[in-house]
Design a protein around this ligand. Sequence first.
Ligand code: PLP
Length: 422
Amino acid sequence: MQVFETHESNVRSYCRSFPVIFSTSQGSHITDINGDRYIDFFCGAGSLNYGHNHPALKKALLSYIEKDGIVHGLDMATEAKSALLTTFSETVLEPNGLDYKVQFTGPTGTNAVEAALKLARKITGRHTIVAFTNGYHGLTQGALAVTANAAYRHSDFTYRHDSVFVPFDGYMPFDTADYFEKLVTDRSSGLDLPAAVILETVQGEGGINIASDAWLRRIRAICDEHGILMIVDDIQMGCGRTGNFFSFTDAGIVPDIVVLSKSLSGYGLPMSVLLMKPDLDQWASGEHTGTFRGHNLAFVTATECLKFWADPSFVADVRAKSDYIAETVRQILSRVNLPISFRYKGMAFGLETASGEIATAISRAAFEVGLIVETCGADGHVLKLFPALTAPKELLAEGLSKLEEALHVVAAATVAELKGVS
Ligand code: PLP
């Protein structure tokens, strides 16, 4: 690890939680340079919903490279982009009854969030953006302004005068949609009529906080009534993580703008898009531009993985796995002597522990026995389980049994510590 300490910035983070040098990966397994193998229940923070190096995606990518397919083309029309747009429309938009134009933004999620905020402000001529407690939307200026966790902000580089935070669903012991409505309708609330609200239907970094379908519908209705645009940031929870391709499908809402990234390419290749209702596509040509908007290699793998969604058995299989994991985790928790509450939607599972220290200890103990799980939540107190949607059941069982091992280790250490104190 010395080379990283010598040459890489202090800003590095995940390599501190998982301090080995990784070398190869396949499916849900990552192997380090010593040949030690780990089960990956982190999946690149939701960027690897189809696992590592999926064979069908790898095959498509290799044959595209082999034929000297265009790799970089700015936003020029390419065969790969044409195939992606057609497949996306046929396998995702049309079956969901959605009519969206697609904008390719810079490659990261935060690039796409910036574009969404710009577009909302341009369309409405208004500046204020409403964001929600515990929301995470990225760390560039505009996106950081609507990201809630103070750990990411520093007064020297954060300007957030046009963003206002409203409690997310479940944050307060009352219906926070009522509170939002009051702020919007009461002209003495101090809130300028917002250009947009931006939200995650399930907050990933914020702790697997799940908005109810009814709350999402209320927010949609309030936005409609007041001409506020609704942006759903589906960067982490989209592309199948919650069991449907989009996280908002169960709520039956249609956001005005959707942001997708992470698992869109399916292979870990960076690509981000905005989806916007056609009448909202008010950009002038080149008004929001950039060198790496849409990467052709990502188009190729995205086209390939989107085909999975045309197969109803794929969706059914993801739901069956979700039920299996939920039931197994409940059984595990009943056997472990630690206060943990559990919530999930689809293949996004959150185990809320009593503190960031406990969650970190569990993540470390899990790594010791060969399982990669990360923490999230305001204090890092929630363990986030993000297995690949494509992971076989036996692999899931193996990963969950490693999780149980780690939980017992930390429970035993906690009991020992308490005895030491008393
Ligand atoms: N929005 C959400 C919901 C995210 O989870 C993330 C990243 O975790 C982002 C935005 C930022 O994406 P990126 O890290 O690719 O800039």
